[in-house]
Write a protein that binds this ligand. Structure first.
Ligand SMILES: [Zn+2]
Length: 394
């Protein structure tokens, strides 16, 4: 983060939305300075496919709104917003599948108060589509009549995931799946990854920047993915299917632990940096007290997030399997497309020869069904056993 030119630098492959966001932040600053704030809106909806960085974009915009310099990336306001410790930015990340009306009312109330020291009171609501119907109605009222210094930043996969009445009051920011070249560039430039390794990771991650970064920088993550992809060719009997489901479950658990650990550590050090800066003499005691409270908040958020990451990780493993069968299908149909699991060519060929395109489509359906069941709270290992049985070769 240090030395960044702007808070928007870390958004990969999203050039088309960055300029409008910058312009809106400038308009907002003009408005605060007594000028016209035309172009500023109090409710925003950030949408985009998983891994496109919806929440990161919303967070960067929140920093740009709080920063006196439009999101310089190095002032206290920018640091605090990016580290999740800014007193006037309320972060909401539903940990369960739904977000209820009581919590929403509480949020609306807290959002309505004046900023305590920042320029705006900002609510950054990730996965706002998890708001229940009653919660959405509470949200609608807040979005309809926002306090003059309150800004709502809602994030959902698509605009259709929100009540049309809320959606119509939001300015829409649509992120795209970053092109492979943009992901490669970010990995090389920012993480110092060798270009060939970056290209391979970017292809494997299919536009998910964080996933690509982990694959490029963590050999164990690469190994886990490779093991997941080696499963289809080994499913030659019921015993193998049951064992594969158990192993898939283990791999996903290991992956989620690694992800959670890395994120937690980074945030703790960001938090320490945010509180450590500028506190000398009398400021130190105050900073220490503030840091203790913020640390407790952070730990609670991290616990909730761990639950979500676990669910997301099953999904990553299942999507890797989908990618494998999509490649199988491409081989069966003779489509000359780039294979995202090309490193497993021998297995791809073997499965392609042993089945028909129709069987491959059925297998992809079985994986999608497994995803849906896990999302509906079926125990992952049980859902995975049903899936691997459907993937049985022959
Ligand atoms: Zn700044």
């Amino acid at each position: 983060m240090l030395g960044a030119m702007s808070v928007f630098d870390d958004l990969v492959g999203q050039d088309t939305v960055i300029e409008p966001l910058r312009a809106a932040a400038r308009a907002a600053a003009d408005g605060l300075a007594g000028g016209s704030s035309g172009g500023m809106t109090h409710a925003w909806l950030f949408t985009g496919p998983p891994g496109s960085g919806r929440a990161e974009a919303a967070r960067a915009f929140a920093a740009a709104l709080q920063c006196a310099d439009g999101g310089c990336g190095h002032c206290d306001a920018c640091h605090q917003v990016l580290a999740g410790t800014h007193a006037d930015v309320l972060y909401v990340r539903p940990s369960g599948l739904s977000f209820g009306v009581d919590r929403t009312r509480d949020l609306v109330l807290r959002a309505a108060s004046r900023p305590t020291g920042g320029r705006y009171r900002i609510v950054l609501f990730e996965d706002a589509d998890r708001a229940t119907e009653a919660a959405s109605n509470a949200l609608l009222k807040a979005v309809e009549e926002p306090s003059p210094r309150t800004v709502w930043l809602l994030c959902t996969p698509t605009a259709e995931d929100l009540l049309v009445t809320i959606r119509s009051r939001c300015r829409l920011v649509t992120l795209r799946t970053p092109p492979t070249a943009a992901v490669v560039d970010a990995l090389v430039r920012r993480d110092g990854v060798d270009p060939d390794a970056a290209a391979e990771a970017a292809r494997a991650a299919a536009g998910q920047v964080e996933r690509a970064r982990r694959l490029a920088t963590d050999p164990e993550a690469r190994e886990r993915r490779s093991e997941v992809l080696s499963i289809p060719a080994r499913l030659d009997g019921i015993g193998a299917c049951v064992a594969a489901a158990a192993r898939l479950y283990e791999l996903a658990e290991a992956e989620s632990k690694a992800t959670t650990g890395a994120l937690d550590e980074q945030e703790r050090s960001d938090l320490k940096a945010a509180f450590g800066e500028g506190s000398t003499g009398k400021g130190v005691a105050k900073a220490v007290r503030g840091a203790a409270g913020a640390l407790k908040d952070l730990e609670e958020r991290q616990k909730r997030r761990a639950t979500r990451i676990k669910r997301d990780t099953y999904d990553v493993a299942l999507l890797d399997l989908v990618a494998f069968y999509r490649d199988v299908l491409a081989i069966q149909l003779g489509a000359g497309v780039e294979l995202s699991t090309a490193a497993h060519r021998a297995d791809l060929d073997r499965v392609a020869r042993a089945s028909t395109p129709r069987a491959t489509l059925r297998r992809i359906d079985a994986i999608m069904e497994c995803r849906a069941r896990i999302a509906a709270n079926v125990h992952p290992q049980i859902a995975m056993e049903a899936m691997t049985s459907a993937l049985l070769l022959g």
